[in-house]
Each structure stands twice: as C-alpha cells, then as structure tokens.
Design a protein around this ligand. Structure first.
Ligand code: COA
Length: 430
C-alpha cells in the first residue's frame, strides 16, 4: 500500500483520534508548536476520564488541563515548568519532576516513565511519506518513538525542519489535519542591566565560537551585541529570532564549527513567524533529540563552545539557583548543567552564568551570602566557572571560597556590597 493511502485511512477528527485514551494512561504532550486541537479534544473528554497523567517540557500552547475543574481527570507532570503551568505547580495541583534535558529521552526509552500515548504536532508529509516534528524534536521524538500509540496533528503551518526530525506516516495511529499558526514568543526584557550584561558577554566571545543560549531574557540581550563578530556557530537546545538576524547579517556561518560544521544544531525552536519561515526546509538548521544535542560529550566536541545560561540567585560560594525562588519551583534545570559541563570540557570553551545583580526593583540582591532556604542548586559550585552581572565578570573556577566571595561581591550591586562583605566575614568566608 502506498503511503498516501495509509495516510488517508488514518485521517480522522480529534474526538475519534482521542477515543483510545483510557483512565490511568500516561500521555506525552508535545510543546513548542501544538497540538492545540488535540488538547481541546482531550479536555472535552474529561468527564469520562480519571487519573490521566500529562507529561511535557516547556509548552507554549495553552494548558487548559491544569484548570482546577479538571482535577481528578487530569494530573499535569512538568519536566520543565513554563508560565502556563507554573501556578498549578506552585499550588500543588500539578507535579514537577526534576531531570536534565539530556536525560529526558532515557526516562521514556528505559520505561522509567513509559508513555502510553504521545500527542504530537507534525508537518505535512513529504513525497516519501515522512512528516517532520517541526519546531520540537528534542524530547518529543524520543517520547513518540517509545509510545504505544501516537496521535498526530498534521498542521499545514508546521515548518519541515531537517535533522533527526522525521516520522513516517505508517508509524502514526491517528491523524488530525489542522491549519493554524504556531504560537509566537514575546520579546525578552530589554532593561539596561540586560543590555550591559549582553555587552560584557559579547566581549568574552571569540570569533569562530559556537554558542548555546539558555532561556529567559538573556539570549536576546547577548545576540543583540554580536553584530561585529565573525563566523559564529550554533549548538543549543533552543534558539529564537536573534539567531536568524545574525545569520542574515553574515555573523553566524557555522563555518568554524568542529562538530557538525556548517550546521546549526538545536533541539527545539521558539520565536516569531520569521523564525518558522527561516527553518522551513533549510539545510543549515538541524534538529535532533536532546539525548544527542544536550549530551555533554557531544557539546564538548565543539571547540570554543560558549554556554550562556541565566540564573535567579547565586551564593557567595558560587552555587547557582535557576529553577526555584526559595522553595517555590519556577522552571527546571533544563539544559543548563548539560551545557555548562559540555562547555567546560570544550577546547577554549566558556561556561557562563549571567544574571542581573538585583531583582524586584533593586530591593533584592541576587548575589546572596547563602541561597534562601529551599532553593535548588542548578549548577553546583564545583561546576561553576564565569558569573556575569551588569557590574562585571567573576571567574570562580579553581578559586577558593575566600576568592569567590571577594569576586562575587565585586560584581554585586553597589548598594549590597557592604552587607555582603559583613555577612561573608560572619560566615568565615573572608
Ligand atoms: N528573588 C526573588 N525573585 C526573583 C529573584 C530572586 N532572587 N530572581 C528573579 N526573581 C523574579 C524576577 O523579578 C522575575 O519576576 P517578574 O516576572 O515578576 O519580573 C522572575 O523572578 C523571573 O526572573 P527573570 O530573571 O526575569 O527570569 P528570566 O525570564 O530571564 O529567566 C531563569 C531566568 C533563570 C528563570 C531561566 O533562564 C530558567 O528558567 N532557567 C532554567 C535553567 C536553564 O537555564 N536551563 C537552560 C535552558 S533549557
């Protein structure tokens, strides 16, 4: 049977496609570009279902399943907390499972979290019957590959990204055809301290470097300062529009990359329609599962690998918290430590953590004597290298606690330096 016939036979409406889902099933929900129609269809089935678990990383579509009215039918389990589920997690109505992005595929493959049904969003099939996972390959492809059942939206507007990003229509159990634009990212904060941090980091990055940029307001601030750089490359879990601009300006060429030369390597994408048009069928961009992209060994194959990740808080010994505010879970480790470790092993690599020196209108110093009670340590003080604030760079690697405390106080906000010095003395650090 040719693939077109197989495809046509599987096309159905959302209600029929989702009818195989049973109480107690564990579902994986794809995230960056959908499947919004399947999610709505699932919520419509809520009265018939009990204890269905929904697993996902960052999702950018609506997450109606965390609404208190669905309690008992659905239980959300975030492997990375996004804005759409944060309140539910913080109120104890949804779960959070800490895990490295590089190790999420293993949770599914090794049946630690076996997936019954994967709900995914795909591009239309090509002439050979292969659909692309589009803007999200990273954890979605491994989840679907290991699932008992795959229910796919085939969205006419999902770009066809290249790489290890394809699934044949014969592997799909049901197909719902859709046609809606992908969610678009809002611009990150452009406050003066972010711009200054971006400038400082840009000065650290050599021509020919390969970049990873984490998540939050920082990536845009860094990319905006790289216009005069040459022959930069990309190897990252996620990228957005700033990369497109630098490619079009001739700054990003990937020509000096030592791992996948000539290619931008990523796990997923989130930006505006401009980004989605850019990556469509574009051979310079390759998406792969996170067990590959985020494997610190693979990351380290890139010479001059520069990993730039944000943080919420750093203590005077160099412990970095990026996933909680005290005991309140905010996001997740994501790929932070994967890339910090990979960049640390790369020849000429720079593992960088950056954060504004204060929060909440300069009332809180993000550099603190101790992490607030309940904070998670995202990057350990053994892994940490460079910490950047708008006041400068602290190079902590190989430094004693005394040297670290001094270096961090120097890049704290001036309003807090005296009290940090006093606290450091009391703790015996100085
Ligand atoms: N105490 C209290 N509140 C704090 C705080 C602190 N120490 N630090 C930050 N906040 C508040 C901010 O004021 C802000 O609140 P607002 O939204 O009301 O303004 C909020 O927390 C978020 O902080 P911000 O610095 O604006 O976050 P961001 O959007 O730039 O993202 C991280 C930064 C660290 C949260 C983000 O990068 C992340 O989730 N990282 C996870 C790990 C990682 O880097 N993984 C790699 C990518 S997968």
């Amino acid at each position: 049977m040719n693939w077109e016939t197989i495809y046509r036979r599987k096309v159905t409406d959302a209600a029929s496609a989702l009818s195989c889902i049973e109480s107690g099933n564990r579902l994986y929900v794809g995230g960056a570009g959908g499947p919004a129609v399947l999610i709505d269809g699932l919520c419509a089935r809520a009265p018939e279902l009990r204890d269905v678990e929904l697993i996902h990383i960052l999702t950018f579509i609506e997450a109606p399943y965390v609404d208190p009215k669905y309690e008992g039918s659905f239980r959300d389990n975030s492997l990375f907390i996004g804005h759409n589920v944060r309140k539910a997690v913080q109120e104890g109505r949804a779960d959070f499972t800490p895990i490295f992005l590089s190790e999420i595929p293993g949770l599914f493959q090794r049946k630690i979290l076996p997936i019954d049904v994967a709900l995914v969003s795909l591009s239309p099939p090509d002439e050979h019957g292969f659909c692309s996972y589009g803007v999200e390959v990273g954890t979605t492809k491994p989840a679907a590959d290991s699932a008992r059942v795959i229910i796919a939206e085939v969205n006419r507007q999902m770009p066809r990204t290249l790489g290890d990003s394809f699934i044949h229509v014969s592997r799909l159990n049901a197909i719902v055809e859709t046609d809606y634009p992908l969610p678009e990212a809002v611009q990150g904060k452009s406050a003066a301290e972010y711009l200054r941090i971006g400038q400082i980091i840009a000065e650290m990055i050599p021509d020919g470097a390969t970049l990873q940029m984490g998540i939050g307001s920082l990536p845009d601030a860094v990319l905006a300062n790289l216009g005069s750089h040459k022959e930069l490359g990309i190897h990252t879990e996620l990228f957005s529009d700033g990369v497109v601009q630098l490619f079009e300006d001739g700054v990003i060429t990937c020509s000096r990359k030592t791992f996948h030369p000539g290619k931008m390597i990523a796990g997923f994408l989130f930006g505006s329609q401009r980004l989605y048009d850019f990556v469509d069928n574009n051979p310079i961009v390759e998406l792969h599962p996170t067990e590959y992209v985020n494997d610190p060994f693979n990351i380290a194959q890139n010479d001059n690998m520069v990993a730039i990740n944000a943080a919420l808080q750093v203590d005077l010994t160099g412990q970095v918290c990026a996933d909680s505010i005290g005991p309140v879970f905010y996001s997740g480790v994501g790929g932070q430590l994967d890339f910090i470790r990979g960049a640390a092993k790369s020849k000429g690599g720079l593992p960088i953590i950056a954060l504004p020196s204060t929060a909440k209108g300069d009332t809180i110093s993000r550099i603190s004597p101790l992490l607030p009670e309940g904070s998670g340590v995202t990057t350990t003080r053994n892994d940490v290298h460079y910490i950047v604030t708008e006041w400068g760079v602290a190079d902590l690697y190989g430094k004693s606690i005394r040297q670290r405390a001094r270096a961090l106080i120097e890049i704290a906000h001036p309003n807090f330096r005296d009290e940090l010095t006093y606290a450091a003395r009391k703790l015996g650090y100085l």
